[in-house]
Design a protein around this ligand. Sequence first.
Ligand code: FAD
Ligand code: NAD
Length: 404
Amino acid sequence: MIGNRPKIVVLGAGYAGMMTTKRLTQQFAPEEADITLVNKHNYHYQTTWLHEVAAGTIDVNRSRIMISDVINTRRVNFVHDTVVKINKEAKTVQLENGEISYDYLVIGLGFEKATFGIPGMEEHAFSIQSVDTSRMIRDHIEYQFARYRNQKNPDPSMLTIVVGGAGFTGIEFLGELAERIPLLCKKYDIPRQDVKIIDVEAMPTILPGFDEELLSYAKESLEYRGIEFKLGTMIKEVKADSVVVGEDEEEIKAGTIVWTGGVQANRIVGESGFELTKGKVNVDATLLAPGHDEVFILGDCAWVMNNETGKPYPPTAQIAIQEADVCAHNIKTMIYGGTLQEFKFDDKGTVASLGGSDAMGTVFDGNKLYGMQAKVMKNVIDDRYLFLLGGPMLVLKKGKFRPF
Ligand code: FAD
Ligand code: NAD
């Protein structure tokens, strides 16, 4: 405590961290609590737009929001630093450039790619994880076009893009590529048929577990725009310029390999001694870490059981944002007394963009949406978050419906 003010430290300025910080500033008067937010960048980014950054269909800066533009840094002590380790027993956080102590800790350090030990994946495949990794994909693809254009007898595989995994990230990325590649072909005077975009998915279907009608719609829309699927085919190995797939170990030569095959919690939580269940911390319904009544874990670092289905909630921004409300409420309750709130997901549906003006998904009570209607809904969802975070000005500045 500082004087008798509790010290609340939030790690990570993603969906969970930003919304928790915002809610804490609304719940506590300045003299009631000391709030610190730690993040490795001085900006917050829209993780849910990174596939667009990676394909080059939106500018990098559209997906970034300066933290000081949406969080009052006179109320919140913003520490621009990288978390190295959490020392639970000492209640301190080790940063690259110092150490801070806490009375209450909120961990919202997000996800990292899960490579499942596939040989060469770590070294040779790109992944859509942050602004920086996404920007590298965009630049690399364009560099391949420039190289192809400027070589006498270019290797055609230079223009082959392999995407590993057809979950939501893979499908949304393919949708953006379907829009971007024709523009690059035009820019570099390269026939569209010289470019191959191949998705390799281990399961016999894209978007395993999703509504059949919607996934057929998505697949047909993408195939129509030149995406090839290799379903029921597992990526076994990744080499510098190829991927080895399937039982017969077919080798596909490719100039760009992007892995979207799964995510796991930021490794810092495991390295800090929190027990992991399938790579995440199994928090209780109040979002507290086991054995630590002062540590909340949210978003993609947390394993939260859905008691109705007996399965954990998936790692989504929608869930991270809702968890933030419960977390801020529970910190206040712990300080002033009362009953802790349990997390219950209010599912507003899932909409996946398919690039351009196409999308598909379900909203509210399972109503299916396709095409432009679904795309408008996707943009509304994106802008709603911006509104919650920074009000109408942020929607006007960064939103999908901005007038300029
Ligand atoms: P994140 O949003 O990942 O934020 C983590 C933060 O921690 C980042 O700001 C990062 O910089 C910071 N950080 C990380 N390590 C450190 C460190 N060592 N020190 C300091 N700071 C650190 N979900 C949906 O609900 N709808 C969608 O449409 C959707 N689309 C998606 C599209 C893509 C391309 C991807 C990749 C994911 C998508 N998701 C979507 C999933 C969603 O983005 C995640 O579930 C969500 O980002 C999790 O929020 P979070 O706050 O836990 O972590
Ligand atoms: P995911 O785990 O949902 O999908 C990964 C896919 O890769 C799976 O289909 C899996 O079968 C496949 N795969 C795994 N190993 C493979 C291998 N060796 N070879 C070939 N295929 C392999 O991961 P994701 O798509 O990154 O999504 C992560 C989370 O983010 C999910 O919860 C998702 O719902 C969420 N998300 C949501 C949206 C949205 O709502 N619009 C968009 C993107 C992501």
